[in-house]
Design a protein around this ligand. Structure first.
Ligand SMILES: Cc1cc2nc3c(=O)[nH]c(=O)nc-3n(C[C@H](O)[C@H](O)[C@H](O)COP(=O)(O)OP(=O)(O)OC[C@H]3O[C@@H](n4cnc5c(N)ncnc54)[C@H](O)[C@@H]3O)c2cc1C
Length: 297
């Protein structure tokens, strides 16, 4: 099988929120679920390592790039059916928030300002603080069903329980499954109130997080430690603002390591190692990265 528009030696940095990373040997922009399936079949036929890329917001790509096929998911068709939204897995959550807010459908506005595709959101069980800022809202709770490809590249329609959603977890971490499409249950609500919540969330982010435009990042680097907080431990270890090459522990949010000035993946990874070592030495806690390391470093 041949793939139209298969490209060679394509730099991945522009497709990640870190703006870091070397080239993919093979790169395929997939515009539909059928194109994703065709690319996975191609990878299987040619015995290529394969990676499905969404908006690249939870990964660090190595400076030497990826030996295999990157499938860049740009399948973005959406359909509304009553209070249910069905979206291809490459649809961008921010676009879905705009659409559903304009239709008076509530649910997705809790994730305003978070860079994510639908596929990445299910992979990670995208989450944010509820409006009361005490509880957490998870995207998994909105999932009605999804169309997935299993290891044999057979299509199945599965329900929410299939994903075994948890904190920063879904079954997608443990099995090489591909989400092609997802259907979300939303609740009819006043558009004005939904927009107010979007603004409140964007405002919260502006105050707490370094801006992606000037300080690229992949969000929180380390997993949450219940009751303690990774950011607080990093602060306690005196690492706020610590630099390594072009990478820096954010002054604004210490669980973010930002690309402050032309950072390489080696800079970011080196700073992650340094933070782990110093936090463990000073506090006794071992921080574990939440972001994924992709390709060769
Ligand atoms: C500034 C900033 C703030 C953030 N804030 C938050 C936050 O508040 N809450 C939160 O939960 N996260 C947050 N994140 C992390 C990030 O936004 C989420 O992890 C997001 O879901 C990543 O989606 P993505 O499309 O970019 O996935 P990618 O980074 O492209 O991929 C992540 C993983 O998902 C897999 N994947 C992607 N698509 C599919 C698919 N179709 N089928 C199967 N697997 C797939 C990939 O293969 C990869 O393993 C933040 C990130 C940034 C940069």
């Amino acid at each position: 099988m041949n793939l139209e528009n298969l490209q060679k030696n394509v730099p991945l940095a522009p497709f990640t929120t870190y703006k870091i990373g070397g080239p993919a040997d093979l790169y395929f922009p997939a515009k539909s679920p059928e194109a994703i399936t065709a690319a996975l079949l191609y990878a299987r036929d040619h015995q290529l390592p394969v990676f499905i890329l969404g908006t690249g917001a939870n990964i660090l790509v190595g400076d030497r790039g990826f030996r295999g096929l990157i499938i860049h998911n740009q399948a973005q068709a959406v359909a509304l059916n009553g209070h249910q939204l069905t979206a291809d897995s490459g649809a961008v959550i921010g676009d879905l928030i705009e659409l559903t807010a304009s239709q008076g459908l509530s649910g997705l506005e809790h994730f305003a300002g978070i860079p994510s595709s639908v596929g990445g959101a299910l992979w990670q069980n995208l989450h944010f603080l509820a409006p009361n800022r005490q509880e957490t809202v998870f995207i998994g709770d909105l999932v009605e069903s999804a169309v997935i490809l299993d290891e044999e590249l057979t299509t199945h329609t599965v329900d929410r329980a299939f994903f075994r959603f948890g904190y920063d977890y879904s079954l997608l971490h443990d099995r090489p499954l591909t989400v092609l499409q997802a259907t979300f249950n939303l609740i009819p609500a006043d558009s004005t109130l939904i927009r107010r919540q979007i603004e409140a969330n964007l405002d919260w982010r502006r105050r707490k997080h370094p801006p992606l435009e000037t300080e690229p990042s992949a969000g929180s680097v380390f997993k949450k430690i219940a009751g303690v907080g990774a950011g607080r431990l990093i602060d306690q270890a005196g690492l706020r603002g610590r630099r390594l090459g072009g990478a820096k522990v954010s002054e604004k949010h210490t669980n973010f390591i930002v690309n402050a000035s032309h950072a390489t993946a080696a800079d970011v990874r080196g700073l992650i190692d340094l933070v782990q070592t110093e936090v463990e030495a000073k506090t006794g806690y071992r921080l574990e990265p939440e972001i994924q390391f992709i390709g060769e470093f």
